[in-house]
Design a protein around this ligand. Structure first.
Ligand SMILES: [Zn+2]
Length: 143
């Protein structure tokens, strides 16, 4: 079972689990102009999925202005692990993982890159939330 890809003109949402079943190269070849990919629903990428994704970004025509937004935590982890994971794409926002100090829920908050980290706020249970990653390491893909 692979990922679901929904496309509306220049806006694409990729969700679910990215695996060897997800040949995204035909998608890449059809892109023109400005394209934004929403990765908020991407739950998992297996090792074959990593390869499929990297083939995809390399198959995007150089004239395409590719933006990645709302990158899920698993996607950000891959960006930090795999060199050149997003090729020439621009990343505008990522989800940051938090952990409740009281009930162990792990909500996420959307962070726009280049801006301050979002306020952690409180968990639904009233407990304090702490960032569940080292900020320097989590955002290391930007360098
Ligand atoms: Zn809680």
């Amino acid at each position: 079972m692979g990922a679901s890809v929904q496309r509306h003109d220049g806006h694409i949402a990729i969700a679910g689990t990215l695996t060897e079943d997800d040949d995204l190269i035909p998608l890449a070849g059809g892109l023109t102009g400005k394209v934004t990919i929403d990765l908020s629903g991407l739950r998992r990428i297996n090792s074959a999925g990593v390869r499929m994704w990297m083939l995809f970004v390399r198959a995007v025509p150089p004239s395409v202005e590719l933006t990645l937004e709302k990158c899920s935590v698993p996607f950000v982890n891959q960006m930090n692990l795999v060199r050149d994971f997003v090729g020439g794409a621009r990343v505008t926002s990522v989800y940051v993982p938090y952990l409740c100090t009281k009930c162990s829920k792990s909500p996420v908050r959307l962070a726009s890159l280049g801006e301050a980290m979002p306020e952690a706020g409180k968990c639904d249970c009233g407990g304090a939330l702490e960032m569940d990653a080292d900020e320097q390491h989590y955002l290391a893909f930007q360098r």
